[in-house]
Design a protein around this ligand. Structure first.
Ligand SMILES: [Zn+2]
Length: 354
């Protein structure tokens, strides 16, 4: 019995030792696991913090560079940079929208046949600066997306004091291949152009933001004048009886236009050359000879340098596809923004005529 008991005692002691060892090992494992989890949580926290900081510095860098200089974001985590870009594009969208509330009201008034409320010039001059992160560059660009859903058959004077009467707004063309209406392409490009110009600090005023308006060419020129615009860009697409004709051209007044000052005429001709060449440089389209005419109502009534940009032919298969594609429109807008930059860097603001 005693021997037996002794053996049992040893067995029990061994069992207890083994148990303690197992528990100890388990405890160590649990401890290690808990430590690992803790470390993971800390690392994730640190990573989030680092991303947040990178995103914030990314926003600052992108905002400062106005989206035009990508060098400043090179060292930023790509994910953070993406977040930053998104945030910045919202800011710029805000700036673009902030620049035009009065014009929207004005367009509504025009649509309701109540064309008596002039746009307060002071509010437009100050629009797009101060209240947002996009620094204004002081230049005002008015963009007219040509045509609208329905044509206006009522006639209006072809120029100030002119007895030559022309249709308020024609219906525009339509893609021979895409079936898309010109007024839609003009609006698509105009909205993209507005955002791109706002991102570079321009104050942008649009004649229309929707297709369903009733706005004659004289009324469009008046919007540009009331906005005190430095240039007036009229965005259009071309069409030809021959499907083989393609390329870009602009309309400008002739040197003897009776409605415009010598300076406005010269600048309009220069603006027309610059815009055509800038678009073709970016898109690879053919630069056609610009057309000089004095029978364009929206040009004759303009009080500032003005051009009609014919972005391409909707009667040509390749250009119809190009004009109606996102990529094509983006290329055109990049070219036109470069053109606006070049015009202002070469000519600046016009001296106010007294
Ligand atoms: Zn047109």
């Amino acid at each position: 019995m005693k021997k037996k008991n002794k053996k049992l005692d040893i067995l029990m002691i061994l069992t207890i030792i083994a148990g303690v060892l197992v528990l100890g090992a388990a405890g160590t494992l649990i401890g290690l696991e808990a430590g690992r989890l803790h470390t993971e949580v800390e690392t994730a926290k640190a990573e989030r913090e680092a991303k947040k900081n990178a995103a914030e510095s990314g926003v600052a860098a992108v905002t400062e560079s106005g989206l035009s200089d990508s060098n400043q974001t090179e060292n930023v985590d790509p994910e953070a940079a993406a977040i930053a870009l998104h945030a910045t594009s919202d800011v710029i969208r805000g700036a673009a929208v902030a620049a035009i509330p009065n014009v929207s009201e004005y367009a509504d008034a025009v649509q309701n046949g109540n064309l008596v409320t002039p746009i307060p010039r002071n509010s437009l001059e100050n629009a797009g600066t101060g209240q947002n992160q996009t620094e204004g560059n002081g230049f005002i660009v008015c963009i007219d997306a040509g045509h609208e859903t329905n044509q206006i058959t009522d006639l209006e004077p072809n120029g100030p004091g002119s007895e030559n009467m022309k249709q308020g707004v024609t219906s525009g063309t339509q893609g021979n291949w895409s079936g898309v209406y010109e007024y839609q392409v003009n609006l698509d490009v105009t909205l993209k152009l507005r955002d791109a110009l706002a991102a570079r600090g321009y104050t942008v005023v649009l004649c229309r933001e929707i297709n369903d308006v009733t706005m004659s060419n004289v009324q469009r020129a008046q919007i540009a004048a009331d906005a005190n615009a430095d240039i007036f860009l009229r965005i259009h697409c071309n069409s030809s009886d021959s499907s083989s004709v393609d390329g870009v051209l602009c309309y400008a007044p002739t040197s003897s236009n009776p409605y415009l000052s010598e300076e406005v005429i010269e600048r309009s001709q220069a603006l027309s050359r610059i815009m055509r060449d800038a678009q073709c440089e970016e898109t690879g389209q053919t630069a056609l000879d610009n057309l000089y005419q004095d029978d364009m109502t929206g040009i004759n009534w303009a009080e500032m340098p003005v051009t009609i940009v014919e972005m391409g032919f909707m009667s040509n298969y390749d250009e119809d596809m190009f004009l109606t594609s996102e990529d094509g429109q983006d290329q055109i807008v990049r070219g036109l923004v470069n053109g606006v930059d070049e015009y202002f860097s070469r000519y600046g603001k016009m001296e106010a005529a007294e």
